[in-house]
Design a protein around this ligand. Sequence first.
Ligand code: FES
Length: 131
Amino acid sequence: MYDLYAEEILDHYKFPRNKGPMDNPDRVYHDRNPFCGDEVTFMLKVRDGVVEDVKWEGRGCTISMASASMLSEEVKGQPLEALRNWGKEKVLELLGIPLSPTRLKCALLPLKVLQVAAWGTREEGEVTSND
Ligand code: FES
């Protein structure tokens, strides 16, 4: 069973969805994991409080990049309010495999970046915890 999820994770890593630049995004946030230097940027186009388009860029491990790719597929058409409420369960459900605390940090980096982007912050920062 986990093999299927592992294949899906590898597929997202090798062929990331919605990865690339965006012209004039309404929301942008960039952050990095200070322990490994991996980084993610999410860019959103928003209309009437709903995500109209999403792009992301980044570099990092298989789990962080797959998580970013999978989350990006879930975002389009979502009200900002809804994605602000996504928790780590959302990411774990998408990845579908149990994760060690270190790997969980990898998986949650894109979620944090996406959620700060949803709040409209344009600053950069560092993710220092996974709670
Ligand atoms: Fe850096 Fe996974 S090892 S985010």
